[in-house]
Ligand binder design. Structure first.
Ligand SMILES: *Cc1c(COP(=O)(O)O)cnc(C)c1O
Length: 352
């Protein structure tokens, strides 16, 4: 069977060698003659997996001293609520930048713990750009934003210069480019966009957060619970953490985040160049805010749709249909998508 060019928006493409290794561990983990899925999460073999995954996150993202890393279940969607619970302080007020569906959902959850000021939004323009020129209120406990808007194809090119603690949902661009962790108090990211299979959510938290005046937080929602127990407060999502670890090992082996960033920039340049060159296509996102991860575009001539759909399917391309709230097409180019797959899509666009 010819290889599928997998543009899935999430769960996303993973390197073939990682998937093979994961499959082997499901049959026989660490030579134990037991499956990864049927051993104790407290066994030495699995504890070392969590340790290695945590260490790789710290290494690859250059996490500074004074920060902790842990894996928690519930997806980024629980992260919306957990980030609010853990960050709200004496002011009982938070600030949010609304750049899409996921920010909108984060804002909804923040209302459970305090007042929310949406300081900037691109909702009126169907989130086709990143708002600029907003003022960050200094009487809010934290500022929350979504670094990459998976559905709309926009991405912050700069970290907001925030005078208050900064929180970020980095689900769909973590490990895709270098970031300065020291600018953040809390980062969370669902595994299944750029780290591994669904199940684990990565949290990177400044230890100072736990020392502030905070509201009473239910045990499972308190990030400190999970940090103190090194992601082992309760049974962790073992498969997700194991495969994420393998994928991070793989990322390290190819040169880490910096090397990956170059590849991602090459892929984005290739596809956006064709969108801009080809009069049959038009990009959805404002040029300066275009995401390197999720490329949204539409046909300028609707009558070509059936032909285009037939052509990319024939080329073994999968997963480029746009999200219902945007329409058109969305090519998600997460880390594991090779440049050669982007070339195949560009060739189809050229041939239309
Ligand atoms: C996919 C996605 C989410 C939701 O993640 P779940 O892990 O499914 O809850 C949240 N934020 C962003 C930016 C996403 O891309």
């Amino acid at each position: 069977m010819a290889k599928v060019h997998n543009y899935s928006a999430g769960p996303c493409i993973l390197p073939q060698e990682v998937i093979k290794e994961a499959a082997e561990a499901v049959l026989n983990f660490d030579g134990l003659d037991l499956s990864l899925l049927e051993i104790s999460h407290r066994s030495a073999n699995f504890v070392s997996v969590v340790d290695e995954a945590t260490t790789l996150v710290k290494e690859l993202l250059e996490v500074p001293e004074g920060y902790s890393v842990c894996f928690i279940q519930g997806g980024a969607s629980l992260g919306f609520l957990m980030s609010a619970y853990n960050m709200i302080g004496d002011n009982k007020k938070s600030a949010y930048i609304n750049t899409g569906t996921w920010s909108d959902k984060a804002i909804k959850e923040a209302h459970f713990v305090g007042d929310v000021e949406v300081i900037a939004s691109s909702k009126e323009e169907n989130f086709n750009h990143i708002p600029k020129g907003y003022t960050i209120p200094t009487d809010a406990d934290y500022l929350h934003y979504t670094s990459n808007n998976t559905i709309f194809g926009t991405q912050f090119k700069e970290i907001p210069n925030s005078p208050i603690p900064l929180v970020c949902d980095m689900s769909s661009d973590i490990f895709s480019k270098k970031i300065d962790i020291s600018k953040f108090d809390l980062i969370y990211a669902g595994a299944q966009k750029n780290m591994g299979p669904a199940g684990a959510t990565l949290y990177i938290v400044k230890d100072e957060v736990f020392k502030r005046n905070r509201i009473k937080i239910p045990t499972m929602l308190n990030i400190e619970t999970h940090v103190k127990k090194e992601s082992m407060f309760n049974t962790p999502p073992v498969f997700s953490i194991y495969v994420s670890m393998l994928n991070l090992r793989h990322l390290k082996s190819i040169g880490g985040v910096e090397a990956q960033q170059k590849i991602n920039e090459e892929k984005a340049a290739l596809l956006y160049a064709e969108i801009d060159r080809n009069p049959l296509f038009k990009g959805v996102a404002a040029t300066e805010d275009r995401s390197t991860m999720n490329v949204t575009f539409v046909l300028t001539d609707e009558s070509k749709q059936a032909k285009f759909d037939e052509m990319w399917k024939a080329a073994n391309i999968s997963g480029i249909k746009g999200h219902r709230s945007v329409g058109g097409y969305r090519a998600s180019m997460y880390n594991a998508l090779p440049v050669s797959s982007v070339q195949v899509l560009v060739d189809v666009m050229k041939a239309l």
